[in-house]
Design a protein around this ligand. Sequence first.
Ligand SMILES: Nc1nc2c(ncn2[C@@H]2O[C@H](COP(=O)(O)OP(=O)(O)OP(=O)(O)O)[C@@H](O)[C@H]2O)c(=O)[nH]1
Ligand SMILES: [Mg+2]
Ligand SMILES: [Zn+2]
Length: 301
Amino acid sequence: MQGIVTKSTGSWYKVLIDGKEYDARLRGKIRTLKLKSTNPVVVGDIVNLDNDGEQFLIKAIEERQNCIVRKSNKLSKQFQIIAANIDRAFLIVSPAKPHTPQGFIDRFLATAEAYHIPVTLLLNKKDLDTKKASLHRHHLMELYPNVGYEIYNVSFLDTEDVELVSQLVGNQCVLLAGNSGVGKSTLINALLPNSNQKVSEISSSYHKGKHTTTFAQMFLGKHGCKIIDTPGIKDFGMVQTEPNQVSHYFPEMRSRLSKCKYSNCLHTEEPDCQIIKAVERQEIAVTRYVNYLSILEEVTV
Ligand SMILES: Nc1nc2c(ncn2[C@@H]2O[C@H](COP(=O)(O)OP(=O)(O)OP(=O)(O)O)[C@@H](O)[C@H]2O)c(=O)[nH]1
Ligand SMILES: [Mg+2]
Ligand SMILES: [Zn+2]
């Protein structure tokens, strides 16, 4: 029989089979997929199971449509898969408490582009803005629609905004991403009141989240939608990426690449580079270009 993995702790799993959740374990050795990660089975995986009379045993994983990964640690080439078979990701951003840096946003967007996962940006905590945070919010609200991403100004404490987000989810499988404390679990609780996800105040001295959610988990909602809560992850990483692929993951660069003089142009100092020219003419935001360079540097080492 088949099921969908809704929770994975690494040693036991929850699997949805015919609309009901059951505990499951891995059966000895399972057929692993091509991608080498530190965790074999992840939330969103479609798995084939047996039942030995006592419990469900996962025996194989179906090929993944896509997945989103993080590096196991900064230096290693190993990585961990967070979730698979996602229709869309909502990247939740908070301008003030905690602060989401633009570098974090652009890294996530590029990672999602690499795996063909569409992203909607939710700029949360609109009720909280300080002067500085409100400038940051305006900057982001102007920048991202120009690049081609949908972005919404919201507060998850506002029922109308939660209704809007619920419409955006529709009947899709949506992954919630964002640094710790931005409100991912708050959103899950607002959309799905029976989910009872733990939320915590952010630290008053550091204005950072406390990593309250520790495992990715899928929740089921109305109209067959699935929403995946994730721990606040900092280090999304592109694995197995060649330097000349990185600009393909920036939509405003992708559309101009064919005009660079050299087909292997990395857009750093090459002559007749149309990306650099577009940055100079302010058609490409300098902030996006700088974040492109920092990802490029990372995949080059
Ligand atoms: N003022 C305000 N507070 C919010 C809003 N959304 C969430 N919060 C608060 O932000 C804090 C952190 O929210 P969580 O939902 O725990 O954040 P998280 O993204 O799940 O954090 P991790 O699980 O650590 O990754 C809680 O105190 C929430 O009540 C909002 O729109 N406005
Ligand atoms: Mg959480
Ligand atoms: Zn170029």
